[in-house]
Write a protein of this length. Structure first.
Length: 82
């Protein structure tokens, strides 16, 4: 399931893991895809290819930011302190 593999996705964030080689990352990504249901693998590939908005009509930056309470840098908004 994708939620079980999510903990490994940080390896693929640009600049997050400089210890693994490109080949190691590619192998890990393929293993993740092979372990997922076909529909979940399509979603993961859509994320990687930045094409989820084509798969899911209405999915926009603003919708994601609102859903996760993110700012324009896609970081969590800090709570307002009084």
């Amino acid at each position: 399931m994708l939620r079980n593999e999510a903990k490994r996705l940080w390896h693929f964030v640009k600049g997050a893991d400089n210890d693994l080689t490109k080949t190691q990352k590619e192998t890990m990504f393929i293993q993740i895809l092979e372990g997922l249901h076909q529909d979940e693998a399509k979603v993961l590939l859509g994320m990687k290819n930045k094409s989820l908005n084509k798969m899911y009509k209405g999915l926009t930056d603003s919708v994601v930011k609102e859903a996760f309470d993110w700012n324009d840098d896609f970081m969590r908004n800090e709570p307002v302190q009084n």
